[in-house]
Design a binder for this molecule. Sequence first.
Ligand code: NAD
Ligand code: UD1
Length: 337
Amino acid sequence: MKTILVTGGAGYIGSHTVVSLVDQGYYPLIVDDLRNSSPEILEGITRLTNHSFSHFSVDICDKKALFSLFNQFSIDAVIHFAAYKSVGESCAAPLRYYQNNLIGLLNVLEACERFSVRKFVFSSSCTVYGEPEHKQVYETTPKRLPESPYGYTKWMGEQIIEDLHRNTLPFETICLRYFNPIGAHPSGLIGELPVGIPNNLLPYITQTAAGIRDQLTIFGNDYPTPDGTGIRDYVHVCDVAEAHVKALTYPGAAPLEAFNIGTGKGTSVLEMVHLFQSVASIHLPFVYGPRRDGDITEISANVDHSKAVLGWEAKRTVAEAIRDAWHWEQQRSKSDD
Ligand code: NAD
Ligand code: UD1
């Protein structure tokens, strides 16, 4: 059984990936100090996987503790999720973002090199494309400078990995550029746990529908799109999780390869609101507000390369993702009562 070290494995995308890994016969070691997760998620993973994983509460910026973990196990591959991810927060506290996201990455890469790990999968983001010239982006679309310190940490993360490959890096690396992961496990046992007021669209919608927030503000209705609201490529988190399992078996002709992880289809904010109302059969109060700083108009993934080379494509619809996110929200609201 192959052992996969998953940094950030108790987080939103990490927890769904751990479940997919166990489903496919891997043994995941979760390295996560739960700074943006909770024991509830570990319990959910336990219920879904029958205890087939281990968890270590280690800060990946603590190099000594991290290396000691790598020393204890024979690790076949590393999937590196652990990072901070809020665009707005990164503008307010850039140092915190650069420290955690870059030092964490450097430590994990050094450990992979030192302990002869053969494969490394990096959580990247469509943010590396910036505001693209064409709405649909290919992996070969030139990267643009990001709009936030968070975006720069992903941009630099890819650059660090590329630079290492140019010289010595003795292992294969795959960068998965996620578009907008949404939804939750259909069981309702794991899902996204936004701390405080959600920044992302779908958690804000589900919390509004659950009565936790008064109304959704749609950030801008004057974009040059058919209904004036921003367009993104929303992809079910279980599909995103499965892309990581594919990445582990991908033979990797090139030592470094990037893949777009999206559906190829854009959905506007207003369409998301209408879709939510029809899936949940609930009226969702919303108002239009000004554009949010740093937002782009429209982006979606070209997924030809992911389909043809990685053998991955999204199987679930946006409506299914909305249904599962709403189910997760309802389960959480029940457990909070
Ligand atoms: P998340 O915050 O839910 O998960 C990250 C996990 O890492 C958390 O459980 C947190 O406790 C842990 N962590 C953070 N810093 C740590 C440290 N120093 N030591 C140990 N554990 C630490 O985020 P997510 O949505 O699951 O995102 C996972 C990755 O994917 C991140 O790198 C993020 O930047 C990237 N990404 C996310 C999205 C998205 O929309 N969710 C989009 C593109 C890229
Ligand atoms: C952003 C980042 C992405 C990052 C992700 C995770 C950019 C370009 N993208 O995605 O890299 O990985 O966050 O945090 O920086 N919206 C509203 N009202 C709300 C919330 C959102 O109208 O209350 C709109 C936004 O304006 C946007 C869409 O919904 O058009 C999606 O927003 P969001 O879920 O925050 O994701 P991104 O900003 O696309």
